[in-house]
Ligand binder design. Structure first.
Ligand SMILES: Nc1ncnc2c1ncn2[C@@H]1O[C@H](COP(=O)(O)OP(=O)(O)OP(=O)(O)O)[C@@H](O)[C@H]1O
Ligand SMILES: [Mg+2]
Length: 255
């Protein structure tokens, strides 16, 4: 039986000042799976991801057509609330982006402020601990929550950003090259974490690293110059791609 679909796009097209960056993408993301988005630089991976939480339209000149269905509603319909949406779709970026002047605790609690009214203090403490545990960081920082976020290593900072993103308990977690600024050990920690995160969330991760895509994802989507060339089960896409461009890319002939 197919998994339930967590999020789907239909004819999603995104442009910058009239120049199309992502063209006519229709893709389903199953509940509790990890989808890797791969493709050469500039093919529209980040733009596509930023359409899924309505960040693209915040870029000057950024426009979107088509639809993104989440919980039975088009996030681009007039009645959809971007603030409500960001409660359901969290995002983590390439470089760790903790709030530098805030403590570890406040960084995670800030994830709740974006998403909701401030919870009462005891509930907030619980949520922060749960998010830090969920991000695999609690054992390293549980005894120094008041320290500055900048006292953490790069890999810890990235897991802190994951904690901040999952604190509001989103349905979907978007990761845009989450390990490309990290060392191999920190990268491995995050890859292992992704396997755990999919128990609670649907993960969509952009990566340049094909080994990483094959290690972490159930489904892979290959983008090329703004088009979705193919998407399918990761093992199949990497062993038997149906499109020659996909094959050229995964065998390193370009990219
Ligand atoms: N702020 C912007 N203004 C105008 N054009 C942009 C902007 N950001 C991206 N683009 C263009 O949109 C296209 C897609 O860019 P995008 O950043 O989505 O690619 P990407 O696949 O994420 O690339 P990379 O692997 O390098 O991160 C590119 O042609 C890029 O030049
Ligand atoms: Mg990008």
């Amino acid at each position: 039986m197919p998994d339930k679909i967590a999020l789907s796009t239909r004819s999603l097209t995104a442009s910058f000042s009239g120049k199309t960056a992502v063209r006519d993408i229709s893709l389903d993301f199953d509940d509790h799976t990890v989808t890797a988005i791969i493709g050469p630089s500039g093919c529209g991976k980040s733009t596509f991801l930023r359409c899924l939480n309505r960040m693209h339209e915040l870029t000057p000149g950024g426009t979107v057509t088509g639809s993104v269905m989440l919980d039975g509603e088009d996030i681009y319909s007039a009645s959809s609330e971007p603030v409500e949406l960001r409660k359901k779709v969290g995002m983590v970026f390439q470089k760790p982006t903790p709030f530098p002047t805030m403590s570890i605790y406040k960084n995670v609690a800030a994830g709740l402020l974006v998403a909701d009214k401030k919870p009462d203090p005891s509930r907030e403490t619980e949520i922060v601990e749960k998010a830090l545990r969920g991000a695999g960081l609690w054992d390293e920082v549980g005894d120094r929550l008041k320290s500055s976020a900048m006292s953490l290593s790069g890999g810890q900072q990235q897991r802190l950003c994951i904690a901040r993103a999952i604190a509001p308990e989103p349905k979907v977690l978007l990761l845009d090259e989450p390990t490309s600024a990290l060392d191999p050990i920190s990268t491995q920690r995050i890859e292992e974490l992704v396997h755990v995160l999919k128990k609670d969330f649907t993960v969509i991760a952009v990566t340049h690293n094909m080994q990483q895509a094959s290690r972490i994802s159930d489904t892979t989507a290959f983008f090329y110059m703004g088009d979705l060339i193919e998407a399918g089960p990761t093992d199949l896409l990497f062993t038997n791609p149906s499109n020659s461009r996909t094959e050229d890319y995964i065998t390193g002939r370009f990219g």
